[in-house]
Design a protein around this ligand. Sequence first.
Ligand code: CTP
Ligand SMILES: C[C@](O)(CO)[C@H](O)COP(=O)(O)O
Length: 234
Amino acid sequence: MKYDVVIPAAGQGKRMKKGVNKQFINLQDHPVIVHTLQVFEQDPWCRKVIIVVNEKEVDLFKELIEVNNIRKVSEIVKGGSERQHSVYNGLKILTDEDGIVLVHDGARPFIEQEHVHRLVEEASESKAAVLAVPVKDTMKRVRNGKVIDTVERSSLWAIQTPQAFVLSLIQYAHEKAQEKNYLGTDDASLVEAVGEDVTIVEGSYNNIKLTTPEDLIYAEAILQAQKIKERKLT
Ligand SMILES: Nc1ccn([C@@H]2O[C@H](COP(=O)(O)OP(=O)(O)OP(=O)(O)O)[C@@H](O)[C@H]2O)c(=O)n1
Ligand SMILES: C[C@](O)(CO)[C@H](O)COP(=O)(O)O
């Protein structure tokens, strides 16, 4: 099986509070985005990578791609003001309408090939699939600091990326969202908005999105654990 992947990396990392785009923060000597790109570089199912970046950072990304010998990046595309606009800019340049495209946050460096493959297999059957994990905490709806109700947890899943789609479907969903001025927090919600089903594929709790400073502590621990696992296998 084959797929292409769009990687939005044009955010500003405001919640990370480091004053730089979090894609450039080093985790064990490599920037976050290099860890993410290497997963797809090493996956034989991945045909090409479209990376979406801030216009002012194009040269920085180009340098990282060259220095780290990343060969699958076929295009570097200019990002938009919101994640959704950045993703749409990346999707627009793809043309294999019946092919599978993944959308994956540059800020999720711990995605594993095994989960990518399960996701691609599912999307090939059902047209739209997302990785997710069951929510672990009790969830409450709150207004003005007061609990309104406790939400039934058994049906709640925390949605991750990658999210996988047949290209023509996700392009259509983004076009419709743009027409209707609909802004979703992920791409699957745009597919839901045009009335299509999205299937859940269970992923890993380690596939975190680096969002706030404490995520970096967890990230170093995940990398350390991965190194130990690799050493045991060799
Ligand atoms: N206009 C934007 C906003 C976000 N992203 C990307 O979308 C992914 C998930 O977004 P998020 O975690 O919100 O990243 P930031 O926007 O960088 O973070 P913040 O909201 O804290 O500024 C990241 O890889 C980010 O670079 C993007 O390509 N274009
Ligand atoms: C797409 C996403 O990573 C799924 O969990 C998430 O919704 C991105 O959200 P953010 O608000 O851009 O951090």
